[in-house]
Every structure is written in C-alpha cells, then in structure tokens.
Design a protein around this ligand. Sequence first.
Ligand SMILES: Nc1ncnc2c1ncn2[C@@H]1O[C@H](COP(=O)(O)OP(=O)(O)O)[C@@H](O)[C@H]1O
Ligand SMILES: [Mg+2]
Length: 329
Amino acid sequence: MNKLELIQLSKTYGQKIVIKELSLKVQSGEFFVILGPSGEGKSTLLKMIAGIERPSKGNIIIDGKDVTDLPPDKRNIAMVFQSFALYPNMSVRQNIEFPLKMRHLSKQAIEAKVKEALLLFNIEDIADSSVAKISGGQKQRVALARATVREPSLFLLDEPLSNLDARARFVARGELKRIQQTLGQTFIYVTHDQKEAASLATRVAVLHKGVFEQIGTFYELVERPKTRWIGEFVGEFPMSFIPGSMMGLDDSVEIGFHPHWVSEGVPGINCEVESVEAVGNDLYLFCSTDRGVKVIIKAANRRQIGEKTSFRLDKYLTFKNENRIDSNN
Ligand SMILES: Nc1ncnc2c1ncn2[C@@H]1O[C@H](COP(=O)(O)OP(=O)(O)O)[C@@H](O)[C@H]1O
Ligand SMILES: [Mg+2]
C-alpha cells in the first residue's frame, strides 16, 4: 500500500512557482530521500506534507486518506528539522515524555515508551541530563526519540544532520538507517548531501525546477542519469562532458562520463592535470583536454599538477539537448 501519495501538487509564492504539478507515490517502509540543491523547494514540499504550508493546488494522501485540508496535528506525522527544537530547560527524559503527557497516557505507559525510546536511540546514560549540556549528535537523537514515542504513521526529516560535524554525521547516518529499519516506518528525508542519499535511501527523488527530474536508486541516478543536469548533480563528482565532434561524432551530441568510467594512462584523449584530489585511497584528476574541455577522471597512477596524461572511455552516455539519448552498454 502507498503510505504517501502526492497528486499534481503545486506551490507558488506570488509569481514564483516553487513546486509544479508534482506527483509521487511512496510505499510503506521506504526510506525515501528527496535530494536537491539549496533553494529548489525541498523544505516547502515537506512542509506541505506536514500541513504547515498549504498547497496552491493538488492533493496529499496519507494512508489512503486525503489530508490536504487537515491541520498538522490531525495527520499523524512527525517532523524533525535541522534545528532540533528541544525544550532547553528540560532533561532528555522530560523532552521525550512531553508529547505523551500531552496525550494524558498513564504513568506506566509513559515510562515504558520512554524506556523503549532511550534504548532504541542509545541514550539511556544521558536520560537525566539537561539537553542544554549534551552534544549536537545527542540532541539529534533526543529529537528523533521524542518524535518516535508518538508512534507517527510517517516521519518527515528536513536535513536533520546538517548541524553536526563530519564525524557525528557519519555515526548518525548509520544510526538513522538502523532505527528506520527497527521501526519499520516510512521516512521522507530531505537533503542536499549526496552521501546521505547514497547511504540511506531506498529510492532518491531529485528535485529540480519544481519537479522530480528523476526518481530511482542512487546507483541508477549515477549510472543512468536521464538528463545532463542529473549527471552533473548526482555523484561524488559531476559527470564530465565532451562534444561529439571530439569523438568523431555528430557535433550536436555530448558524451558524458563519470570519473570512474575511464582508464587513465592509456592512449586516447590527451589532457593536462590542473589539480588532484584524494578521496580515500583514490586520486581524482581535474584535467584540461587538448580541445580545451575540462574533465574529471579517476587516476590509475600518481600524477602531479602540470603533468600530461591521456585516458580512454570504458563507458559513456550520449546526450542531446540536455537529455540522454542512448548508451553504449
Ligand atoms: N514563505 C515564503 N515566501 C516566499 N518565498 C518563499 C517562502 N518560503 C520559501 N520561499 C522560496 O521558495 C524557494 C524554495 O525554498 P525552500 O523550500 O526553502 O528550498 P530548499 O529547502 O530546497 O532549500 C526559495 O526560492 C525560497 O526563497
Ligand atoms: Mg530547506
């Protein structure tokens, strides 16, 4: 069954169209990531699902029920923002208890649920600390724990890790995935971060110009981008493009390839190394080809800035008028 369905959803602010007749179906239990650059309308879309913003047009269906006209508290959703919005003068436990007390649950029921959440999020040891005194990563867990005790039907998360440092983000990514699987709940997760999309998502929808330009697994987006824009946006590095004429092809087409689709140091296209970037054990070369086009290729050998090399394309995709028209494999 679909957990969430968006039908022809639009949002305009004055003359500005932020979301444009966007439709989507998310299945129950998915970790669905909405990926896009800043300013593309990701938060606007999430706020409409939450009921904080009203759509200009279209419908929002949750669990088969049209909720378009319902206020946020009647939608049975939990929303976690970038800023964790905890009650600063309360302890961790009091923060988590709060939504349950609002519902007038029995003392035993509250205790049991809070205990379960403290265990799930691995925060039993800080249960009685003031939230003013805990780390960013811990605050994020408390915010999520507080969201889960209400047993929402759908979780909406808007860049919840972006205030954490790199190390804490890495840990939190793993935790989030584990928690989502343990809960078996549907997460709609908004981010501009490629790594989060790659590591968390069952499916990724890329938001661009008010619509989903492509929806698929992260792997599909990298390997089979539908458009030039997706090729440039998705992945650790952007795809490179060279004019068809350089390959002896029709000059109205472009050849697109990811850095790992080339063999470097073999005869082919000549280029000069302009800069070098290490990612883990791999080296990436930012090169200028002898026809002036810049490319990013994965190095097979150690290279210095200014060194000349060449590469062969093992795989490429062909684009015309910004769209992929075919592939060689
Ligand atoms: N309340 C508002 N009034 C006018 N414009 C808005 C409002 N909220 C968002 N916008 C505009 O909508 C666009 C998308 O914003 P947002 O949803 O925050 O993008 P993202 O979350 O992808 O960074 C931006 O251009 C922003 O300026
Ligand atoms: Mg945003």
